[in-house]
Design a protein around this ligand. Structure first.
Ligand SMILES: [Zn+2]
Ligand SMILES: [Zn+2]
Length: 188
């Protein structure tokens, strides 16, 4: 009986060993398959977000462009001096030029700014630089300083032509007063 028990036990151990070997072999490929299956979806998942991320990054730039556009519309005018914008000096023709047939001499800008501060009142520029066509149109002389950015016509509401001319001379400008028209021509 003892031998039978030993044989039976040994047999059971062998059977268990074989079964466990079979079981482990069976798990082997299953693990590989299970491992292979999860690997495929992650690959698909990682591919899916990739196109979404660029799409998300593409959205902000248009928003930035929109803010830049609104910023451009609200952009303040380019100032020539603290009280005058460059636009006030540009050629006012109907399109013969782009508005700037020449540059305005900085010395003229500074002296007209000084004139504005001299009276402490707004000074209105009626003519700054002129292109050839605009100069002829307004009857300017052929040698006009307006064509070289060295002259401007202006008036100062509340200040008479005589006083304005005197003030302009004090500011270092050469002056030609037009009493009947109510403005002065100043040049450097
Ligand atoms: Zn012009
Ligand atoms: Zn003039």
């Amino acid at each position: 009986m003892k031998r039978l028990k030993k044989t039976f036990i040994i047999g059971m151990i062998m059977v268990c060993a074989v079964v466990s070997m079979m079981f482990l072999r069976g798990l082997g490929p299953k693990r590989a398959e299970n491992a292979a299956i999860p690997e495929a979806p992650p690959a698909g998942i990682t591919d899916a977000p990739t196109p979404e991320k660029p799409a998300e990054t593409e959205l902000p730039p248009p928003q930035d462009n929109d803010s830049d556009r609104t910023g451009g519309e609200e952009e303040p005018p380019l100032m020539a001096t603290p009280h005058f914008s460059m636009e006030e000096y540009q050629c006012d023709c109907a399109g013969y030029c782009d508005g700037w047939p020449c540059v305005v001499e900085p010395e003229l800008l500074e002296k007209i700014e000084a004139l504005r501060c001299y009276f402490g009142r707004p000074v209105i520029i009626t003519s700054g630089v002129r292109c050839e066509a605009r100069n002829e149109e307004v009857g300017g002389v052929s040698w006009s300083f307006h064509k070289r950015g060295c002259a401007a016509d202006l008036y100062c509401p509340g200040v008479g032509v005589g006083d304005l001319a005197a003030g302009a001379k004090d500011c270092g400008l050469n002056v030609l007063p037009y009493y009947s028209s109510g403005y002065i021509h100043v040049e450097i």
